[in-house]
Write a protein that binds this ligand. Structure first.
Ligand SMILES: [Zn+2]
Ligand SMILES: [Zn+2]
Length: 336
């Protein structure tokens, strides 16, 4: 069996003909296997969804309990048979519940990694390199210019800015799933124990992380109406980046706009968004980590999707590893 007979790109997403299922389809299908809860991977409207228990919970929080006809939880490392195919979910280190999906038939194994990062994250299980014949990798930050600094150092910069500007509310842009909870946990690990203020859009997922044993400390709603404006002087307020463009953000005292994203390494992007304090904190592998992961997995072939595909394909070929872009469409990560 050739790899292309086991998994093939279709308009709906990556399709497995012998298993008759899709991985992270971008539109409603009969049977979907979902790597993680970010909106471009996990959509509502499938007939049947197989995902980790956490990803199913996150989908229910975001889309309601009736987001799919039926759901099935996949334990990490549990082998599940679908028609003639064996699938297995393995940790991806991207956000809570995120998984790589191994698809195996007749001794041929393809691992679709979804989004992943190999560096430690206190809010989710650590990424595991899995030996396979074909490794499907993301390429969000697949250019040699992307080298993410240590997240702890970025949080230290935030806390230094707070100490230097005690009158200013520090508004930190964070995507609601994964980035928000990781940044909060890192702030706590840096020793900051004051209440943190969160935009309403973050509440449910922060509550969910707490329920899964990830302590986030005291979180208060960031509603200016409900409290004195002065309360926010020198406070850290976290919200989705989209909220910073509207009136909500302008109510805080002399707001200092920050944004935690891998894209903050690109100065022009930070300037465009009016970000005064860019924090380079990413939930994706950077260039070095993509290369290290491919070397660790040591696959016969690499398929590249989701971002700067050409650069990573060329790098693989220079290492003597067969590689090709998948050209899947519809993935715009909300959690970079
Ligand atoms: Zn993602
Ligand atoms: Zn993604």
């Amino acid at each position: 069996m050739r790899p292309e007979q086991l998994l093939i790109p279709r308009r709906e997403g990556l399709y497995c003909p012998p298993g008759d299922f899709f991985i992270d389809p971008v539109r409603g299908v009969d049977r979907a296997l979902i790597t993680h809860g970010h909106a471009d991977h996990a959509r509502a409207g499938h007939g049947h969804v197989l995902a980790t228990a956490e990803t199913l919970d996150i989908m229910a929080i975001r889309y309601g309990d009736d987001h799919a006809g039926a759901t099935q939880g996949a334990g990490i490392g549990e082998q599940i048979r679908i028609n003639d195919v064996t699938v297995e979910f393995l940790p991806a280190g991207h956000v809570l519940g995120s998984a790589q999906i191994s698809v195996e038939k007749d001794g041929l194994r393809i691992v679709a990694s979804g989004d992943y990062k190999p560096r430690p994250d206190p809010t989710c299980a650590a990424f595991e390199p899995v030996p396979c014949d074909v490794f499907i990798t993301e390429a969000t930050f697949a250019l040699p210019v992307f080298r993410h600094p240590e997240a702890t150092g970025e949080i230290a910069r935030l806390l230094r800015s707070l100490a230097r500007n005690p009158e200013r509310a520090h508004l930190v842009g964070v995507y609601s799933l994964g980035k928000a909870q990781r940044v909060i946990r890192l702030i706590r690990d840096a020793g900051y124990q004051q209440p943190l203020y969160i935009h309403g859009a973050l509440q449910k997922l922060c509550d969910y992380y707490e329920s899964q044993g990830i302590a986030l400390g005291e979180l208060r709603p960031a509603t200016v109406e409900a409290s004195a404006k002065g309360e926010f002087a020198g406070a850290i307020v976290l919200g989705p980046p989209s909220a910073f463009a509207d009136k909500w953000a302008r109510r805080f005292p002399d707001p200092l706009i920050s944004f935690a994203s891998g894209w903050m390494q690109v100065r022009a992007r930070a300037r465009q968004r009016g970000v005064e304090l860019p924090l380079v904190i990413s939930d994706h592998a950077d260039w070095d980590e993509l290369a290290e992961t491919i070397n660790a997995v040591s696959p016969a072939e690499v398929w590249v999707t989701h971002g700067r595909e050409e650069a990573l394909v060329r790098w693989c070929q220079m290492q003597g590893i067969a590689a090709r872009p998948l050209h899947l469409v519809g993935y715009e990560d909300e959690g970079d």
